[in-house]
Design a binder for this molecule. Structure first.
Ligand SMILES: NC(=O)c1ccc[n+]([C@@H]2O[C@H](COP(=O)([O-])OP(=O)(O)OC[C@H]3O[C@@H](n4cnc5c(N)ncnc54)[C@H](O)[C@@H]3O)[C@@H](O)[C@H]2O)c1
Ligand SMILES: N[C@H](CO)Cc1c[nH]c[nH+]1
Ligand SMILES: [Zn+2]
Length: 430
């Protein structure tokens, strides 16, 4: 890990850089795949699946018999664990429902706002290096609570053309039956344009590696919206002498093991804690099955010493981490003042893994500094707000003249006429 002592403001940009490739570096590949899918459909999806995943699956869609086989083969304790997580995630997302807003802005002028589900949504479930079935809970549960009519799921096949049974069982538990064996840029392209097998959707959700993330950003140029750029995982921990170095190291490694392009950062007001965490990381890393991946991510990661909590907070806000763990004697200061973070984990007994799996919050979160302007996935991500209004005769008489004056001032006579005709009719009646 790279050790940094009291960084100067002018060096922050360089220190807080992400280790991922830029949009521009990946855009060319994404455009090539998108154009091919747009013109050739399934044939292009198959060709690029062979190129990037090393396999052409016999069928793009998962069959009912594959789901049945997964249901009988999956360990029953794991099924129970998935159900527990599902209960908590459902509870937290159901509680996000809101009532319609209804206001009589002037006598006879009633305006209201109601949320309606997005009808067709596509969920991307990462599966390149690990089958992230937990992500299905994070996306399918709010989609179902919102009432989305058509929910499809894409995830990469393994080298034999199969999908991990835990993905199939979780999808089944969440009521999703259209599962496609397509990953990466191909999956996003297929859901953007539609192919013979895969429907075009209105909004694409889900995290993924840098290729998936750039492809989602590109999809927005073709009238498809996305949840947010949710790329390679990140964690920033702020900790002092009140933290447990072994816990902090385990948290940092938990996100480092996601991918070689993940980034983890420790910011601390204690040089002793930094040294202890560094030693713990080296020890714990040795026993990790994904050591080779975590090691590379750790090499990109930073241990930053700062003198005060105020300086630490400024630095954290500038970075805008996806996940932010606070383990200090001043937790309230950070919690009350943090402006930019995807999800915040407070105290020594709140590992980031809790939010990844089972506490109830959503783990699909903005990375790469996008926590400055995006929220993580939540119930509203699957809905649109629509406004409605009804004016009575009294209502149009109350605000009609103001509308006529404003329309005339904008030089829009037809707008003015739409009011004048009605006001004239009412004047004749009275
Ligand atoms: N931000 C979040 O909310 C969040 C949540 C979960 C996971 N993640 C991140 O998701 C990512 C999952 O990555 P993954 O790779 O394991 O799975 P993935 O499913 O995102 O990507 C795998 C696909 O990438 C494509 N691909 C691989 N190399 C390519 C190349 N050189 N050119 C073009 N396409 C290529 C392949 O088609 C493959 O199927 C990790 O980076 C993890 O940190 C983020
Ligand atoms: N930490 C990831 C979000 O960046 C989510 C995840 C899924 N499984 C394990 N972790
Ligand atoms: Zn994780």
């Amino acid at each position: 890990m790279i050790k940094i002592n009291n960084p100067l403001w002018e060096d922050w940009d360089e220190i807080l850089k992400r280790p991922t490739q830029t949009y521009d570096q990946i855009e060319g590949t994404v455009l090539e795949v998108f154009k091919a899918i747009q013109t050739e459909g399934d044939a292009a999806v198959a060709r690029y699946t062979e190129k990037f995943d090393g396999i052409i699956p016999k069928d793009l869609i998962v069959s009912p018999s594959e789901i049945d086989k997964a249901l009988t083969s999956l360990d029953s304790d794991l099924k129970e664990a998935i159900k527990l997580a599902k209960t908590n995630i459902e509870a937290f997302h159901k509680a996000q429902k809101t009532d319609p807003v209804r206001v009589e802005t002037a006598p006879g002028v009633i305006c209201w706002q109601e949320k309606r589900p997005i009808q067709k949504v596509g969920l991307y479930i990462p599966g390149g290096t690990a089958p992230l079935f937990s992500t299905i809970l994070m996306l399918a549960i709010p989609a179902k609570i919102a009432g989305c009519k058509e929910v499809i799921l894409c995830t990469p096949p393994d080298k034999q053309g199969n999908i991990n049974p835990a993905i199939l069982v979780t999808a089944q538990l969440c009521g999703i039956d259209k599962i496609y064996k397509v990953g990466g840029i191909q999956a996003i392209g297929a859901m953007t344009f539609g192919t013979e097998s895969i429907s075009k959707v209105y909004k694409i959700f889900g995290p993924g590696n840098q290729y998936v993330t750039v492809a989602k950003q590109m999809a927005t140029k073709y009238n498809v919206s996305i949840d947010m750029p949710a790329g390679p995982s990140e964690l920033l921990v702020v900790a002092d002498d009140t933290a447990d170095a072994a816990f902090v190291a385990s948290d940092l490694l938990s996100q480092a093991e996601h991918g070689v392009d993940s980034q983890v950062i420790l910011v601390s007001t204690s040089k002793e804690l930094i040294a202890a965490v560094e030693e713990e990381i080296a020890n714990q890393l040795e026993a990790l099955p994904r050591k080779a991946i975590a090691e590379k991510a750790i090499a990109n990661s930073k241990l930053i010493y700062v003198e005060t909590h105020e300086k630490a907070l400024e630095l954290i806000d500038e970075y805008g981490p996806e996940h932010f763990i606070v383990a200090t004697d001043s937790n309230d200061f950070y919690v009350d003042n943090i402006a930019n973070a995807g999800s915040v984990f407070i105290g020594n007994y709140t590992p980031e893994s809790a939010g990844d799996y089972a506490s109830g919050t959503n783990h699909t979160l903005p990375t790469n500094g996008y926590a400055k302007q995006y929220s993580g996935v939540n119930l509203d991500s699957f809905m649109k707000s629509m406004t409605f209004q009804r004016l009575s005769e009294e209502g149009i008489q109350n605000i009609g003249n103001a509308i006529e004056l404003m329309a005339a001032a904008e030089g829009l006579q037809a707008h003015k006429n739409a009011v004048t005709l009605r006001l004239n009719k009412l004047a004749k009646q009275n």
